[in-house]
Design a protein around this ligand. Sequence first.
Ligand SMILES: NC(=O)c1ccc[n+]([C@@H]2O[C@H](COP(=O)([O-])OP(=O)(O)OC[C@H]3O[C@@H](n4cnc5c(N)ncnc54)[C@H](O)[C@@H]3O)[C@@H](O)[C@H]2O)c1
Length: 266
Amino acid sequence: MKMKNKIALVTGAALGFKNGGPSIGSAIAFKLADEGASVVVVDILENMGRKTAEIIREKGGKALFVKADAGNTEEVKQAVEFTKKEFGGLHCLINCAASYEGHIAKNVVEISEDDWQHTIDVNLNGYFRFAKYAIPLILESGGGTIVNISSCAAFKVLMNFSAYPVTKAAINALTRTLAVDFAPHIRSNAICPGFVRIANSEGERSPEELEQWIKGIARSYPMRRVCSVGEIANVALFLASDESSYINGECLAVDGGRMISDTHEF
Ligand SMILES: NC(=O)c1ccc[n+]([C@@H]2O[C@H](COP(=O)([O-])OP(=O)(O)OC[C@H]3O[C@@H](n4cnc5c(N)ncnc54)[C@H](O)[C@@H]3O)[C@@H](O)[C@H]2O)c1
């Protein structure tokens, strides 16, 4: 039990909102709970967020849901206060909540200022807000870990998807600044996934179209398949627990070798 007697707060931990399928945050919440952590599940989506906590409790774990918008300072503060009141402290913050609907997939000329600001405010400032208000409680609880879910988009960008990679590159810098300012009491690391199969990426595709789409993406990955949410959760557990006790400020690509490979073949 790598997280025995630990308390973790996971943002963006609702089950996939399309059909209750996989999401990275819920997979991390399940994994940390399986390893003995008491988990506070945070999301803007009430039904699917409650579901994550219910599933953990049904399996004999400890979990509570609290609704909070990462873009709202008061709600972030309340989520941290809720954690203190219900579980008595906090050892691990997993920042995972992000908003990336289709209409933000534009270049800087085409994206509206509102969409740009919203993306920065949730995806980057949301991580800042949770860190800002959770760190005092983590310190009060004897120290712990922060794991920021970033993306390979921090290193390599997609065309016409301008705001999202900017937030992820900044999250990597945020991770490093947290790592330097709060060590040795708190270790901060980031995970940079490549494409991960989640319920919400299914869009309006038929099951056949979905499989074809995923196969197409998999071709550009040396592993010849895409990542599962469980494979990200395993790394999150490692970085959240004492197993990674001397890793601090690392932004770890979990992309099956995609970032170090080229796509053309001889
Ligand atoms: N799926 C991928 O291919 C992939 C790749 C790289 C990085 N990521 C990152 O992984 C993280 C999790 O994403 P996912 O792929 O599981 O997608 P997802 O859409 O299933 O999960 C995102 C969650 O964040 C929640 N959320 C959105 N706005 C919020 C807000 N304002 N306040 C609180 N919660 C909010 C959503 O309701 C949702 O439950 C994100 O940070 C994403 O950028 C995903």
